[in-house]
Every structure is written in C-alpha cells, then in structure tokens.
Design a binder for this molecule. Structure first.
Ligand SMILES: [Zn+2]
Length: 365
C-alpha cells in the first residue's frame, strides 16, 4: 500500500475518475453510441487470444475478432480473455470518422494488473449462548471452510477475467468465544447471528478496516457432532455493505455459521451469494446497472427473474453478473457489474457517506 508506484497509479486513477465525473455532469454520456451495429462496421477488433469485448465497460455480446460500428468519439475498449492469455485488457481509442474503417489489435501489452481486493477472514472455534450453553468446532472443519472460501474467491476472480485478485489476512480466535445473540432471549431479526458490534470492536485493536474491502466471519452454530444449543440461529446470514462506526470508506461484512447439515461444512454458493450482498448496492452509484427483480430485495436474489432457475443456475447467474452479461428480455439490454467496474472501484474506494448505515441481514436456504 505504501509503494510510491502504487500511489502514482492510484492518483492517475483518481484523475480519470474526476474527468469521468465531469463528463457525466455535462451529460456527455449519451453522446457515445455504444450499440454495435451489424451494418457498415467501421471498427475491426482483434487479438491472438479471442476474448469477450466490452465498450465503455458494457458487455455487447461480441467476442474477438469483432466488427462493430461506433460513431465519432473516444471509447474505452476492454477485453476479458480466458485460457493461456487469461486476463483483463483495456485501451482507449478515438474514432475520428464513422465511415473510415479502423483496426484495433489487443496484445499482451494491453493487459492490466489486477486490482487487489483485501479480505479479513475471521474465525471463531467456540461459541457460547447467553444461557451458558457452549459449543465448538474443530480446526479441521474451519480449515475446510477456509479452503472452500478460497475456492469461491478464485472462481470470482476467474469470472471477472482476473480484473481483480485477492489478498486474504487471517485472524483465528481459538480461545475467545464468538459473541452471538441467542434467539430465545432476543427474538428480533436484528439480533440473530454474530454480534458484529462486539466482534468489530475486538478486531479494531489489530486492524484498520479502511484498508479492507471485506470482513468475513465464520463461527460455529453447532458442533462437529451436530450438538447445538437451544435457540441458536441456524440460518445462514450475510449483511450487505454495513459501515462500522467511524469508517471513512465502505467495507463489506458477512458472516457464515458452521452448520453440520446436509450441505456438510458449507452451503455450495453461500460465500459468493453473501459477498454479492456486500457489493450490490455500490455499483449502481457509479452508473453500472445491475439486474434486480422488482419483487426481490436485491440482485443476489434476482436470478430466477432473469431465467436462471436451477441450483447450478444460481452460480451461473452470479458469474454473469460479474461478467456484466445478464440479459433483460424486457428491456433488451445487458445488466451486471462487469470486469471494468470491478477493476475501477473496490469496496474501499466508496465513501462511507454514500450509503446509510442500515444493516441488513439476509438469510438464504
Ligand atoms: Zn441473500
């Protein structure tokens, strides 16, 4: 973080951001015609590695080589590639004439360094309810959960064409007990699951949350042998984009209880689902439109409304959100975050003042 080179890059990024805000205020956004027209294309875009094409960060349902038509103007072209040349490539181009054919070639030099998202992974081996009932989970189960978590991060990274990568810092509480609410005593929705106020207060001694994009809690809601305490919250819980007091920037916070149930150690898509809850409210603030079912709370719960139905379809939905390619039949547009948005804006790049401090717990399963 203190690398001066990184600071320079960050300054450039801020400048670009400033200019893009200015152009938004001048209402220049609509001047670019980014709709690819099949007739009379004036731009041929190639690469030796194929790839999915984005124009100004938007998915346009084209893979390289592609012929598209763009009107006069300046555009950001970007490409997400898989395979041997997997990565995220971007370059700015200017179209001086919409009738003179132009060719653009993406090469290795156009690949960007992934933005490093920083995660604090926090685990508790023990939990005690307010009535004194205590349970614990083995280090082996925690290690399994951690490895599944890493698998999910890796999948997200791949879905985003490596526009982002992860740095995970671990904090494992082996003797301290997870501070959880007990439903039998506190029967309000706000008070089930982990008591974040206490957990975050403990962590504050060792970590500056402003340096992180995500804090992920893991704690035992029952034991390896399926022992549980009365009134324990046996739901999965995740909370979207909360802002602990005193924070200047937003950090995503989520929690996952260890439950020895039919899923084994962990629900197959829980981490990605809850992570989406931590970011889904942010990208619309920067003009990236996410798919949302009007009847659902949010993007993470909107897969079915966009035709993603099976349990595996849920994962495909998340992948398409990260790729920005969820198609709205109704509006005939592609929706989602996309690699450009993930590369430009990390959770900790968003000012805390942009969101209210509302805490929202959302159960899945
Ligand atoms: Zn949810």
């Amino acid at each position: 973080m203190n690398d001066p080179k990184m600071n320079t890059i960050m300054c450039c990024f801020l400048l670009i951001l400033l200019f893009s805000l200015v152009s938004c205020e001048n209402d220049d956004v609509t001047q670019n015609d980014t709709t690819p027209l099949e007739e009379n294309p004036n731009l041929t875009i190639r690469s030796s590695f194929g790839g999915t094409l984005y124009v100004d960060g938007k998915y346009i349902n084209k893979t390289l080589p592609a012929d598209i038509k763009l009107s006069k103007g300046t555009y950001l072209l970007s490409v997400g590639a898989e395979g041997n040349e997997a990565g995220y490539y971007r370059k700015e181009i200017t179209i001086d004439s919409d009738s003179i054919p132009q060719e653009i070639e993406f090469t290795k030099e156009d690949m960007v360094n992934p933005k490093k998202w920083k995660v604090l992974w926090v685990t508790y081996s023990k939990t005690r309810a307010k009535d004194g009932c205590q349970i614990s989970v083995s280090q082996n189960s925690i290690d399994i959960a951690y490895n599944i978590f890493l698998d999910h991060l890796e999948k997200i990274e791949k879905d985003a064409f490596h526009a982002i990568t992860w740095e995970v810092v671990q904090k494992n509480y082996t003797t301290e007990e997870a501070p959880v609410a007990n439903e039998s005593e506190n029967n309000t929705e706000e008070e089930w699951g982990l008591d974040w106020t206490i957990s975050l207060e403990q962590l504050k001694k060792d970590f500056d949350f402003n340096d992180f994009d995500l804090i992920s809690f893991y704690w035992p809601a029952n034991s390896d042998n399926e022992t549980s305490c009365d009134g324990y919250p046996l739901n999965y819980g995740g909370i979207a984009s909360p802002i602990p007091n005193g924070m200047k920037t937003i950090v995503g916070v989520m929690e996952h209880p260890f439950i020895n149930n039919r899923y084994g150690i962990q629900h197959p898509s829980a981490y990605t689902h809850e992570w989406m809850h931590t970011i889904e409210r942010l990208y619309p603030l920067k003009g990236f439109e996410l798919p949302i079912d009007p009847g659902a709370c949010c993007t993470a719960h909107s897969g079915e409304a966009f035709g993603y139905v099976s349990s595996t379809g849920v994962d495909t939905f998340y992948e398409d959100v990260f790729k920005g390619k969820v198609f709205s039949e109704e509006r005939k547009v592609y929706l989602g975050i996309g690699p450009e948005a993930l590369w430009l804006y990390q959770t900790r790049n968003f000012e805390a003042s942009l969101l209210d401090a509302e805490r929202r717990k959302v159960a899945i399963d």
